[in-house]
Design a protein around this ligand. Sequence first.
Ligand code: FMN
Ligand code: 173
Length: 386
Amino acid sequence: MPHYGDYQNAIYGAGLAGIVPKVPVDFATLAARATAAMPASVRDYVQGGCGDERTQDRNAAAFDHWGMTPRMMVDCTARDLSVELFGLRLPSPVFMAPIGVTGLCTPDGHGDLAAARAAAGTGVPLVASTLSNDPLETVAQAMGDTPGFFQLYTPKDRDLAASLVARAEAAGFKGIVVTLDTWVTGWRPRDLNTGNFPQLRGHVLTNYFSDPVFRAALARPPEDDPAAAIRQWMGTFGKVLTWDDMPWLRSLTKLPLILKGICHPDDARRAVDAGADAIYCSNHGGRQANGGIAAIDMLPGVVAAAGATPVLFDSGIRSGTDVVKALALGATAVGIGRPYSYGLALDGAAGCAHVLRCLLAEADLLMAVNGYPTLAAVREAGAVRM
Ligand SMILES: Cc1cc2nc3c(=O)[nH]c(=O)nc-3n(C[C@H](O)[C@H](O)[C@H](O)COP(=O)(O)O)c2cc1C
Ligand SMILES: O=C(O)C(=O)c1ccccc1
């Protein structure tokens, strides 16, 4: 059985022929190279976060105070990183978190399709954002046999919400991720200092502009009057959701419903009681609220409260080691955010796939060295706060 760790051998093998990776294998070098290559407006939007970005920085730094203990004399020659989620057998516990400006991360403006192709090539699911440069139907198609999930920014117009979810279902997405933490945009100094908000310039609104319900409410089609279409988007983006909306959200789809942005154990319990199929513990990478606890430090409480309900996690994952730590702390699956957008920026679908393969290789080799042959063993071993 091939292992994700074999990617390391492939890199060393290529090195014998004088070929080195086009995209760096570590986050620090990757981020430096990618942010230098991106247009300033995209770089600031992707790299930036809320306020002075201390929560964002803490998300990544907090992994340092969680440590794992190796176990010896365990046969780890075969490792199994596969995981079952909603009846799907995924080859690894890693997925791509929704990133609304993925489209802009490649110079051709089709970064969403590039990410979808990376999903197809690696088997790593993509959670496709509502904010996309290509319609969700095309993105779904580009994912091939790899399952995808659709992230919903719930519009104020309930018919539009229903239409987006119905389209996602028809396109073959395997679950709906409802993001709870972004009905309004957090305070983002990098973008404010340059007066730049990509959506207001008409970027990544294709899922709205292509939607029959959205179009029916316009006097003229978006192609003829983009300014009016953008105004309509501003008007409908960001419904304030409360627990009272759960029956309505549930009624929109038979697909698994995943609530993204849950950090408090009481909210996790409430979500389970209200019929959520999974909890998605995340603080949006520190982009929405500053002054918060690092997301990884909130994960154990959420996992305990969720009981048997799966918990997805993102915010601050920068390496395969971080992936294993999140799994050790109880995550069922782990979302990669900014790192894959940097891979896209440097080498499109290939760069994105490379970033994912590096994360998986590092995770797999860590499991091999630490004596954890399965994800169950990882979870059993746990991680301690240092
Ligand atoms: C540029 C950018 C755009 C994002 N857009 C969305 C989005 O459209 N929907 C969503 O639910 N989360 C969005 N997120 C949040 C990510 O899904 C994820 O929670 C976050 O990136 C995790 O933090 P990390 O990238 O620092 O690991 C976005 C994040 C970034 C960096
Ligand atoms: O940039 C983001 O993180 C994001 O998800 C978003 C999307 C729309 C409006 C504001 C923020």
